[in-house]
Design a protein around this ligand. Structure first.
Ligand code: PMP
Length: 448
């Protein structure tokens, strides 16, 4: 049999180099918040596979539900007939929706596909073309999704021209607004909404604008929650101009932020909401499943055949998601998220207060267990050039690498010098504390 080392060599040679790796190792198994690699190394997983395995790896109820479904029917194609887990999943999701008007579902495989579908639906039902997305947004890698992604040029570099008709507007994140260090929240919100109104006056008229798409918490773009006031302002602008509001909860949904959906913090009603990795509960805890949900009046007039996909709403993934929904309720996952979140924030706060570290931490932010630490950076020396210019470079990547050495998987975000904590939503007190301790030690060692 091929050895673990030989398999890695094979991977290095034959796996598409467009996919970077945090570590040159091979997943062997996972249980709860821990993964074991073929090399024999064990890691505490603070990535949840980028916010997917919200109930930890291989939750027995979810794995069993998927295995049982495999013995019944794997592929109940969605354009041929309904499949039972698909419908049972809708039954589970309906009462969880952040607004009762969200009652028409379409399941797909990935977040990117959900974004593509939402853009197409918005164009089809409004008869308008243009889409506005946020600076710093991440919505996926397929051609439509990458066109509305604004977090890093690396996602689209070399692939232009992108889908036309996309405009961008500032996301209310004060750290990177030149000269806004003293700006209060209300003023920042007013400024950003004003920029959006200007965009609608100067570049894309409301009669040409189909939708605005936003993550209620910027994900890859830095883990920045949008304030409730900004989201309410967006809703008002959409209502005033007859523009659809698409809320992308792919990373922030299903308990990740301490509520079922991050949009609930603002009370704003989405016209279309997208769910996936947090795969409709980290939707299916690792099985590929995404979802576009909207009002029936939006989708009822779509032409038959305008939506579809060979694997859309796969029966095994839906069966897994139904089990996730049950576990989510029975194991009181939201309570755990909020308790562990407090512990994580207080541990990060202690680190931030430490005199040696304080100059290098720009921000600690997030909601629930969607938490980020942003480090000072000589390339983002907007507010305090003295401190930032003296900060070591690439702090986030170096801290993440040091955490890896110490047995913990931790990711950076694609914008700024930011690391993000995305542990399983049912992580134990002990594992959370162990992860926070590893991170503290890693930062101390790197900064020292
Ligand atoms: N939207 C958001 C907010 C995301 O975080 C992601 C994935 N990181 C996507 C869309 C794309 O999802 P997928 O990778 O499943 O295509």
């Amino acid at each position: 049999a091929t050895t673990a080392e030989a398999l890695v060599v094979l991977g290095q040679k034959h796996v598409n180099k467009g996919v970077p790796k945090l570590t040159q190792d091979v997943f062997q198994s996972g249980q709860g918040s821990w993964v074991t690699m073929l090399s024999g190394k064990k890691y505490l997983d603070f990535t949840s596979g980028i916010g997917v395995t919200n109930l930890g790896h291989c939750h027995p109820r979810v794995s069993k539900a998927a295995a049982d479904q495999c013995m019944r029917i794997v592929h109940g194609q969605c354009s041929i007939a309904y499949n039972e887990p698909y419908l049972r999943l809708i039954e589970k999701l309906l009462p969880m929706m952040p607004h009762p008007s969200l009652d028409s579902f379409f399941f797909w495989n990935s977040g990117s596909e959900a974004v593509e579908g939402a853009i197409k639906i918005a164009r089809m039902v409004t008869g308008k073309q243009n889409i506005i997305s946020m600076q710093g947004a991440y919505h996926g890698r397929t051609m439509g999704a990458v066109a509305v992604t604004k977090s890093k040029t690396g996602y689209s570099e070399g692939t232009h021209p992108l889908m036309p008709g996309v405009y961008s507007t500032p996301f209310p994140y004060w750290h990177h607004f030149l000269g806004t260090a003293d700006m209060g929240e209300a003023e920042l919100v007013r400024h950003c909404l004003y920029q959006l109104e200007l965009l609608l006056q100067q570049q894309t008229a409301p009669k040409d604008t189909a939708a605005i798409i936003i993550e209620p918490v910027l994900g890859e773009g830095g883990y920045v929650p949008a304030s409730a006031a900004y989201l309410r302002g967006l809703r008002d602008i959409c209502d005033k101009h007859n523009i659809l509001l698409i809320i992308d909860e792919v990373q922030s949904g299903f308990g990740r932020t301490g509520k079922n959906f991050a949009i609930e913090y603002s009370g704003v009603r989405p016209d279309i909401m997208l769910m996936a990795k947090a795969r409709c509960f980290g939707l299916a805890n690792g099985f590929p499943l995404s979802c576009i949900v909207s009002r029936r009046e939006i989708t009822d007039n779509l032409k038959p055949g305008s939506m579809g996909g060979t694997y859309a709403g796969n029966a095994v993934a839906c069966a897994a998601a139904v089990a996730v929904a049950d576990v989510f309720k029975e194991e009181r996952i939201l309570e755990n998220v909020n308790a562990r979140s407090k512990e994580l924030f207080s541990s990060l706060e202690v680190l931030r207060q430490s005199p040696k570290i304080a100059p290098y931490i720009l921000d600690v932010r997030g909601q629930g267990l969607m938490v980020a630490v942003e480090f000072a950076s000589p390339t983002h020396s907007v507010h305090d050039p003295v401190i930032h210019k003296s900060a070591p470079t690439n702090l986030s990547t170096r801290v993440a690498a040091r955490c890896l050495d110490k047995g913990m998987l931790l990711l950076t975000t694609s914008a700024y010098e930011t690391v993000r904590f995305i542990p399983a939503l049912n992580i134990s007190y002990e594992d959370l504390a162990a992860g926070a301790a590893i991170f503290t030690k890693a930062v101390e060692e790197i900064v020292d």
